[in-house]
Ligand binder design. Structure first.
Ligand code: ZN
Length: 460
């Protein structure tokens, strides 16, 4: 049975939100609503998944489970071999027990606006409006009647700005800023309208914050840059949405899937594997389709290992079974030696050092990051230096970090408290607990009991 007459919960997901950016914006008076939440609520950094990447992080946020249980370490996952790639989809949320399914089972109505990669839609008690990572079949929302409503309210809904690929953005960042502003404004209209419906949980994920920090990190940090003021205006527009959520006078959780920091260097793992004899090329094969993450001409029959990466971290799959353990150890040791020779920082792990769970088989044998994420890892390329400092990227100047944010505020939440040691896995158990539902045994996180006011109904 669902509880009745309670202060409800609104969740704002700020993709890539980090106090390294938000604190200075608050100090400048650009985000007064966020400032109010932090000063009158509970806040903490929140450690993301390894890797701190939108795919695995939002799945772990929804399920409270580590990638060893979800099987998800990237938004494109390599399952059996380089030709078997799988995008994160609603299926990954469903099979792993997302909090909205748990809430629905207990009679609560959930509104989910912009949750990344929650596609294709399925029947829920509530609403799904598409987030980032949806195929282009034009479908935006569930149930179907919501589709017309959001199209009308927003005069053409936008859930994604192709900041990485559109050539005009590289030539003139003002066009990108205009498009981001339009996207935020349209989403604001939809949030402002749907929030007046009847629901028990309302969640909106803002993906624009991730796009802004990837493409305009330098413009955020450099006060003298041409577009600095206009980029600050984008944050001010995001803060307006926080204001709309606060007007409901319910409880608010504000979370990010990962943090952000500068991007400087570049590393090419496939080239390293090739030069060290693990990867053989020269044969055109059906890996062509995978050109975005793996060189298209690898000779699978003669390669011992291949690498896959979408930029933030790297993965190495050892593709021969005989002597696999030995090869894994050897690759780790040799890549570490290479990093010491070239003077960069390599954090490299075997999967069982990072994760536990029944889906470890689906995860790469080796995972790593370079220079604490200040380095882009591109496994598709075999051209150029293996490691290059101060590489000039076409549009990117920011990259993910592990330190995201968690804030809570409202009638059931303590005032002006700082927490530490909050992990992304704690979010789902805490949310389920809020609705008076027993936390499932297989969630890895803990209920953040310290955030709740001792006199609130939740603690009684
Ligand atoms: Zn993200």
């Amino acid at each position: 049975m669902s509880k009745e007459n309670f202060n409800k919960l609104i969740v704002l997901g700020l993709d890539g939100g980090t106090f390294d950016v938000l604190d200075p914006l608050i100090e400048k008076g650009i985000m007064p609503n966020l400032e109010h939440i932090i000063e009158n609520g509970v806040s903490s950094t929140m450690m993301s998944t390894f890797p701190p990447l939108t795919g695995p992080a939002w799945v772990s946020m929804a399920t409270g489970k580590n990638p060893g249980k979800t099987g998800i370490t990237d938004f494109i996952n390599i399952v059996q071999g380089p030709t078997d790639k799988k995008f994160v989809s609603s299926e990954d949320y469903r099979v792993n027990g997302a909090f909205w399914d748990i809430l629905n089972d207990h009679g609560y109505k959930t509104y989910l606006i912009g949750y990344p990669m929650l596609y294709p839609y399925y029947e829920i008690n509530g609403v799904i409006v598409s987030g980032w990572g949806v195929s282009d079949d034009g479908k935006l929302a569930y149930p179907p009647e919501i589709e017309n409503r959001i199209e009308e309210i927003s005069e053409g809904y936008i859930n994604h700005v192709p900041w990485r690929t559109k050539k005009e953005y590289r030539d003139d960042k003002k066009i990108l800023i205009d498009d981001l502003s339009t996207m935020i404004k349209k989403q604001k209209k939809v949030v402002k309208d749907l929030i007046n419906d009847e629901w028990d949980l309302f969640m909106y994920v803002c993906s624009a914050s991730d796009f802004i920090q990837h493409a305009l990190w330098d413009e955020i940090k450099d006060k003298d840059s041409l577009n600095h003021e206009r980029v600050l205006d984008l944050w001010s527009e995001i803060d307006d949405i926080i204001g709309i959520l606060m007007d409901k006078e319910e409880n608010i959780f504000l979370v990010s899937d990962h943090g952000f920091g500068p991007l400087k260097n570049k590393f090419l793992p496939s080239k390293w594997l090739k030069e060290n004899g693990y990867l053989v090329t020269g044969k055109k094969n059906n890996c062509v389709e995978l050109a975005s993450t793996i060189p298209s001409n690898i000779d699978l029959d003669n390669s011992a290992a291949f690498s896959h990466s979408t930029g933030i971290h790297g993965e190495i799959h050892v593709c021969i079974d005989e002597g696999k353990r030995k090869i894994i150890k050897k690759i780790k040791k040799e890549m570490k030696e290479y990093s010491e020779m070239k003077d960069f920082k390599l954090n490299i792990y075997e999967k069982n050092e990072l994760y536990e769970g029944c889906r470890l088989d689906e995860i790469a044998d080796i995972l790593f990051n370079v220079d604490d994420y200040k380095c882009n890892i591109s496994s598709s390329s075999l051209d150029g230096e293996i490691y290059e400092k101060n590489y000039k990227f076409k549009i990117r100047s920011g990259n993910h970090r592990e330190q995201g944010i968690f804030c809570a505020y409202g009638p059931d939440i303590k005032s002006n408290e700082k927490l530490d040691d909050v992990k992304i896995y704690d979010f789902a158990p805490t949310l389920v607990h809020f609705y008076d539902i027993p936390v499932p045994d297989d969630m890895d996180g803990h209920v953040l009991e310290d955030i709740f006011d001792k006199d609130s109904e939740i603690e009684k």
